[in-house]
Design a binder for this molecule. Structure first.
Ligand SMILES: NC(=O)c1ccc[n+]([C@@H]2O[C@H](COP(=O)([O-])OP(=O)(O)OC[C@H]3O[C@@H](n4cnc5c(N)ncnc54)[C@H](O)[C@@H]3O)[C@@H](O)[C@H]2O)c1
Length: 256
């Protein structure tokens, strides 16, 4: 019994020195993942559009973090940034495909092809480009793992008006199942499906206490989740604590 206690958690020192690419690392869930990894002395390639917040991350963590202003929907920019990080640290060990947007409110009756393209480019096509760049700079570094950010909206349909977002997140689950097969057994690939997490992506929807309370009332654990709680699950899935788990989508949703 005692030999297995703690075996399911992140092994101490596992992340020290490992190179982890986190997209959308400047705020919310991505920042929480980056901060936890940096606290464990991982080297983090932090990519985001928000230059100011990336500078703050750099100021706090110095040489452990390599920040890059990268639009993940721009494949050329992704390839360039991946080459730069690889030149600096010799390649990547782990990847968190986290950057995402909800997009403008849109129904199918009045759908705007340009907006649909934008949401799919940032939330879905980027995950192909970034994963591909990661794999080109992973070779020969031994075991690795990838975590993608899906959403429970991918299976529930999310809120009316967010159909492009829900579709992109459902596709992230499919991508995860398929890539896990493509990369097995060398690299494990899993996804997280958060419910409603208190971050800036939700700021317009849950702007007042009334709407937060209404949402909390339909969540079995009776509150919104935190970025830290999602980050804990991400680190566990990345680590050997989850050694026999691949192709899985893990809900972090308070039971929703
Ligand atoms: N917060 C939630 O309730 C929730 C629920 C389910 C899934 N998710 C997913 O979790 C992920 C993180 O969301 P969050 O809640 O932390 O949101 P957030 O808005 O706080 O963070 C998203 C980050 O992605 C960055 N980003 C956006 N577009 C980008 C681009 N083209 N290139 C590079 N970076 C870009 C933003 O600048 C921002 O720093 C997203 O994929 C989101 O869909 C969030």
């Amino acid at each position: 019994m005692s030999a297995s206690i703690g075996a399911g958690f992140v092994p101490p020192a596992f992340f020290a020195g490992r190179v982890v690419l986190v997209t959308g690392a400047a705020s919310g869930i991505g920042r929480a993942i980056a901060e936890k990894l940096l606290a464990l002395e991982a080297r983090v390639a932090a990519w985001d559009l928000n230059a100011g917040r990336l500078r703050e991350l750099k100021a706090r963590h110095g040489d452990l973090v390599a920040t890059e202003v990268v639009d993940v929907s721009d494949k050329a920019a992704v390839d360039r940034a991946a080459r730069e990080t690889a030149a600096r640290w010799g390649g990547f060990d782990h990847l968190v495909n986290n950057a995402g947007i909800i997009g403008r409110r849109m129904t199918v009756r009045d759908f705007d092809p340009a907006e649909l393209d934008r949401v799919l480019a940032v939330n879905l096509k980027s995950v192909f480009s970034v994963s591909s760049a990661f794999l080109h700079h992973h070779g020969g570094r031994g075991e690795g793992s990838i975590v993608n950010l899906s959403s429970i909206a991918g299976r529930t349909g999310g809120m009316v008006g967010n159909i492009a977002y829900a579709t992109s997140k459902g596709a992230i689950a499919s991508f995860t199942h398929a890539l896990a097969k493509e990369l097995a057994p060398a690299i494990r690939v899993n996804a997280l499906a958060p419910g409603v997490i208190d971050t800036e992506i939700q700021k317009d929807v849950f702007a007042d206490e009334g709407s937060i309370a209404k949402m909390a009332s339909v969540i079995p654990l009776a509150r919104l989740g935190t970025a830290d709680e999602v980050a804990e699950a991400a680190l566990w899935l990345l680590s050997p604590g989850a050694a026999y788990i691949t192709g899985t989508v893990l809900d972090v949703s308070g039971g929703r």
